[in-house]
Design a protein around this ligand. Structure first.
Ligand SMILES: Cc1cc2nc3c(=O)[nH]c(=O)nc-3n(C[C@H](O)[C@H](O)[C@H](O)COP(=O)(O)OP(=O)(O)OC[C@H]3O[C@@H](n4cnc5c(N)ncnc54)[C@H](O)[C@@H]3O)c2cc1C
Length: 574
């Protein structure tokens, strides 16, 4: 990768122009692309039967992790860059996110005194992904990660800091470490930034470089020559010719058909932007691209705050829109709270990572055939309700108080504790609560009695809640680092009234897509790279076998593989 980093703009333009000419010739022969400009306007140039409306060196589809690709391309002198965004909101899901980037072996980890090695990282990714990770792609991610973080830090004037929140999720698998790989947070001169600031700053920077940003412009088709190489894309009805196309159109969270086809259990909530409908995967497959890990997602379960009937969502295969209860960290694991299924049985370690907990929904009951954990139910007692904020119910400051991550996420002006939002039910006894929610009352009371007996001693012999670093570093911090309890994330559900809500599987992005190689090139079903086509972010197969190895892996890998893609595109056209 290193040998083309210094290529200048003039050199790139020269070689890109050459490759465009060569490809144009192929297209003229093959003629397998849109025949004419679809808006009826004058074509910029015409190659054979393709009427081109615009010609650029790099075309990026999508403004989430695609923003990294466009920024790298523009700043490194890759020539003219155009980014098209289907939505009206800049930055996609990425700009609404926590903005944490998971990149290993960076200065941020070194600053935090983290000791780590490539060997341990590879071990960890392989174990966590159950061997599904593509080692060549993973090596590329690890080898380029630090360069990318150094570069973007200098380019943007940002400093990244490693946090113990959202560290490695698969403790105690071999290669696991508590912090340093996941969720590096960026700060500018004014202090820590939220993602929307990061994406606005990147936008301003790329506009300064002359990147053309076309909002409300949907890519609908990849244009190829007869031999399968990509020549450009149809975007908003315009035929845009490009030396390289980088697809960054996100997941297929909002495509009911694709979720039904690929996911092993029903996903009923998402906070990915509604424009993420699997367009990149579909456009790629239409020209022969392979796809990988389509059954995987970045799991993010949630209380169903929308009033949807879960049975209808399941029967119709639809998804709750504009969910407000995503359970990042981690109200399900607060002292005095549990999550149970309709039999009243707990379904997992409530204080553990959101994605791991989401995987508990996959459990299939062979006695009473079906996914018995879908939907599940969040249950808490009066002390938990009085002490902690939950979706639609706010008690004031949270965790360490003002400005902390948890306070930003869940804090706010206190709501009236006597007011119970519509998505919660309240009952004086557990039996009554079970009846209202449709849970087996005997099962629930027996389960909570057993849970309580151990919880007062600080123990959870079933799921070992509170025994993992993340339970304490993340959920424990949100719970206020309780020293009055034997275990900071465990307390019995002791006193009524009790509160309950429907709790469902969700995503903050699907994690399967166009199969990429170590250069972030999309490959076809024979494993051969499709010329001039790259994919990054959730529309790609990513770097971790679709496994949520630690917080920030989606944005971190999107950033690093954008860097890899642009470097390769610049070298490949030389
Ligand atoms: C509240 C929240 C917090 C999160 N925190 C983190 C975090 O801290 N770290 C982390 O790594 N991940 C986090 N995530 C997940 C992360 O935001 C997503 O996984 C990530 O944004 C995926 O990047 P992407 O570029 O693939 O998709 P997106 O960021 O969604 O971007 C895809 C873009 O492509 C556009 N698009 C779709 N189709 C087309 C088309 N046909 N033509 C043109 N444009 C198109 C979409 O409109 C969208 O803007 C969080 C998510 C949420 C909701």
């Amino acid at each position: 990768m290193g040998d083309n980093k210094g290529m200048d703009r003039r050199g790139f333009l020269k070689t890109a122009a050459f490759s465009s000419l060569a490809l144009g010739g192929a297209a003229a022969l093959a003629g397998c692309a849109p025949a004419a400009s679809t808006d009826g306007g004058a074509a910029l140039s015409s190659t054979g039967d393709i009427a081109w409306d615009k010609e650029v060196d790099v075309l990026v589809l999508g403004s989430g992790t695609g923003a990294f690709a466009a920024l790298v391309a523009a700043a490194k002198g890759a020539g003219s860059v155009c980014l098209v965004e289907k939505g009206t909101m800049w930055g996609g899901t990425a700009a609404t996110s926590g903005g944490g980037l998971a990149v290993p072996l960076t200065y941020a980890a070194a600053d935090a005194g983290v000791s780590d090695s490539k060997e341990e990282i590879v071990k960890y990714f392989k174990n966590a992904s159950d061997g599904r990770v593509d080692e060549a792609v993973l090596n590329s991610f690890i080898d380029n990660g630090s360069d990318f973080i150094d570069w973007i830090s200098e380019e943007m004037g940002w400093k990244f800091v490693a946090s113990p929140l959202f560290g490695d999720y698969y403790e105690p698998m071999e290669g696991w470490i508590p912090m340093g790989r996941g969720s590096l947070g960026a700060a500018n001169a004014d202090g820590p930034m939220i993602a929307s600031q990061m994406w606005e700053e990147m936008k301003a920077k790329m506009e300064g470089y002359g990147v053309e940003i076309l909002m409300g412009t949907e890519a609908t088709e990849l244009i190829t020559d007869g031999a399968g190489a990509v020549l450009g894309a149809v975007c908003g009805g315009q035929n845009i010719k490009a030396g390289s196309v980088i697809v960054a159109t996100g997941g297929f969270d909002h495509n009911d058909e694709m979720r039904a086809k690929y996911h092993p259990f029903k996903i009923m909530a998402t906070n990915a932007v509604p424009t993420n409908t699997g367009d990149g995967q579909l456009m790629g497959m239409a020209i022969g691209a392979n796809v990988s890990y389509m059954d995987r997602c970045w799991g993010a379960p949630a209380i169903l705050t929308t009033g949807d009937d879960p049975a209808t969502l399941i029967a119709e295969g639809t998804i709750a829109q504009e969910i407000a209860g995503t359970d990042w960290a981690m109200y399900r694991g607060l002292p005095g709270a549990v999550v149970v299924n309709k039999k009243g049985r707990r379904i997992g370690n409530e204080a553990g990572p959101y994605d791991l907990f989401n995987q508990a929904f996959a459990y299939y009951d062979t006695g009473e055939p079906g996914h018995v954990n879908i939907p599940a139910y969040f249950i808490c007692d009066a002390a938990c309700w009085a002490t902690y904020s939950l979706p639609g119910h706010t008690v004031g400051a949270v965790g360490e108080g003002d400005g902390s991550y948890f306070d930003e996420t869940y804090g706010g002006e206190a709501t009236d504790p006597a007011e119970v939002p519509a998505h919660f039910v309240q009952a004086d006894t557990l039996e009554e609560l079970a009846g209202k929610l449709g849970i087996d009352p005997a099962g629930l009371t027996a389960e909570i009695a057993a849970f309580n007996e151990n919880a007062v001693k600080g123990a959870d012999p079933v799921y070992h809640r509170g025994e993992k670093h993340l339970d304490i570093n993340t959920t424990g911090v949100m719970a206020g680092s309780r020293t009055d309890l034997a275990n900071p994330v465990l307390a019995p559900l002791a006193t009524g009234p009790f509160y309950g809500a429907i709790y469902v599987p969700g995503t903050c992005g699907t994690a399967g897509g166009l199969t990429i190689n170590e250069n972030a090139q999309v490959v076809n079903t024979a494993g051969e790279p499709i010329e001039h086509l790259y994919a990054v972010g959730n529309c790609s197969s990513g770097v971790s076998g679709g496994t949520y190895v630690h917080g920030g892996i989606s944005l971190g890998s999107g950033g690093v593989m954008s860097w890899v893609a642009v470097n390769h595109a610049m070298g490949a056209t030389a």
